[in-house]
Each structure stands twice: as C-alpha cells, then as structure tokens.
Design a protein around this ligand. Structure first.
Ligand SMILES: Nc1ncnc2c1ncn2[C@@H]1O[C@H](COP(=O)(O)OP(=O)(O)OP(=O)(O)O)[C@@H](O)[C@H]1O
Length: 251
C-alpha cells in the first residue's frame, strides 16, 4: 500500500473571523477519481486552495507525497480577447514546450489539431479543453479541476468528464474535482466527499447517494439535472453553515 498523494488532517481554515472549513480530514490515493460536492460557500474551493498551498491553515496539516506533480484546471481564465495568441503559444507560457509535447497534451485533452487556432476564437468547451491540455503538460500525478465544466451545456459537460476518465485511464493520474453536475459525479467518481464546512459524508457514489446528509443536500437527480435541497442539520457549527436534518426544496 503506497502513501496517499495528499493527506489532510484536522484542517481548519478561516478568512478573518469566518470559519470556512473546520476539522476536515481528507486523503486521495494514486489513480483515484474523487469528487467534492456541496452547496455554494461550503468550502470546496477552499479545500482545493489548501492543497495548492494558496491559503493559510488555522489548524491541522496538509501532507503531499514527495515530488507530487499537480495539474490544475480552473473554472475559467480571463484572457484579453483583443490579444492575438494561438493555442500553441498559450501552451508555451510561461515555459516553452516542445511541439510534440504540446501535440500530445492536445490529443489527450480531446482537441487535436487546434494548435494554430486563436484563443479568442475558441468555444467555451474548446477553451476548457485547452486549459486541460495545459494542466496535462505537467504530467501530473494529481489533476485538480474546480468546476472546470461549469459553463458548458449538459452534453458538453458529460463529454468533458468522459475525457477526464480517459485521461486517468491513459496516464494513471488521480483526479480531484469539484462539480455541481451530480449526474457526472455519480457516474465518473470512485469516491465522493460531501462538504458543508465540514465533511458531511464520504464514500463510493452509491453509498453517499443513500446517506441522509447527501439526500438532504441534493435530493434526487432527474435526467442529470440537480435537484438542490436546502441542507439543514439540527446542530450548530463554529463554521456558521447551520443546518437541521430535514429536507426542504430550494426555490
Ligand atoms: N478570499 C476570501 N476572503 C473571505 N472569505 C472567503 C474568501 N474565499 C472564500 N471565502 C468564504 O469562505 C466560504 C467558503 O468559500 P468557498 O469558495 O471555499 O466555497 P465553495 O464551496 O467553493 O463555493 P461555490 O460553490 O460558491 O464556489 C464562503 O463563505 C466564502 O464566502
């Protein structure tokens, strides 16, 4: 048994006096696909920032495997649309990459032949594939995606995540993603972690889908569409995400 790629113990993160995450334990192993779900403001991006090293830890620790290579795909990236820049050139920033390496990354991201296109001329789906290709240049052990398919329509999002599964199969990298697309989450993940300031529940998609906490958060998905329910527990937390254990459909 090898050590996890990332192991988080007792993590608490505060922004000023507000607690974003409290006492979070989390680990991801080599080759796993793990999805983080949770309502807006539940600390999903904060957990990712803690792994990327972009946030101070009030308590706990984040341990990474020595030499861990991380590829990161953001939700979006603002580029000046008036700036002429080909995909090839974009992939070579900030470090030059060999043409064969860039080609392989574009192939893996499912957009072969787009190298000479202008970045400003890409569709939303193609743009996200280019961000994926850029992350793959790192030959990551761990690919992190923070709502990377958020702007895509349902077929576009499904195709994007199918490609992520292919990338995992081809390269053996682990994948940690935040997604609101529960259909995708349930079909593509080995493990799901449900956050709401703390870890509400975690496990295989089948098991998590049956837990009262998960059902209280998301209800039943219909045709891949998320039916979001307000989350209520009957206890209080220092992180301020108050919730009682009963279901109440969101408007
Ligand atoms: N830089 C910051 N300064 C202050 N508060 C922040 C900052 N970043 C996040 N927060 C707060 O921390 C909490 C968790 O935010 P986070 O972005 O991690 O949630 P999230 O689950 O990713 O949300 P969403 O689904 O809306 O993207 C929220 O209450 C948010 O307002």
């Amino acid at each position: 048994m090898t050590d996890p790629l990332v192991e988080i113990q007792g993590l608490t993160v505060r922004y000023g006096s507000a607690v974003a995450l409290e006492s979070v334990d989390f680990a991801i192993d080599r080759g796993e696909i793990v999805t983080i779900v949770g309502p807006n403001g539940s600390g999903k991006s904060t957990l990712i920032r803690a792994i990327l090293g972009g946030v101070g830890l009030a308590k706990g620790r984040v341990r990474k495997a020595p030499g861990l290579r991380i590829g990161y795909v953001p939700q979006r990236l603002a580029l000046d649309p008036t700036l002429p820049m080909t995909v090839r050139r974009f992939l070579g920033l900030p470090r030059r990459v060999a043409p064969a390496t860039a080609r392989q990354a574009l192939d893996r991201a499912g957009v072969p032949g787009l190298g000479e296109r202008q970045m400003a001329a890409l569709s939303g789906g193609q743009f996200q594939r280019i961000l994926l290709a850029r992350a793959l240049l790192e030959e990551p052990d761990l690919l992190i995606l923070d709502e990377a398919a958020a702007g895509l329509d349902q077929p576009g999002s499904a195709a994007f995540y199918a490609r992520i599964e292919d990338v995992r199969a081809e390269t053996g990298c682990a994948v940690l993603m935040v997604s609101h697309d529960l259909h995708v989450v349930m079909s593509a993940s080995d493990r799901v972690v449900c956050l709401n300031g703390h870890v509400c529940c975690a496990g295989t998609p089948d098991v998590v889908a049956e837990t009262p906490d998960y059902r209280a958060l998301f209800g039943e998905g219909t045709h891949g569409t998320m039916a979001l329910y307000r989350h209520h527990h009957d206890h209080r937390h220092a992180h301020g995400n108050e919730h009682l254990h009963h279901e109440e459909p969101a408007e």
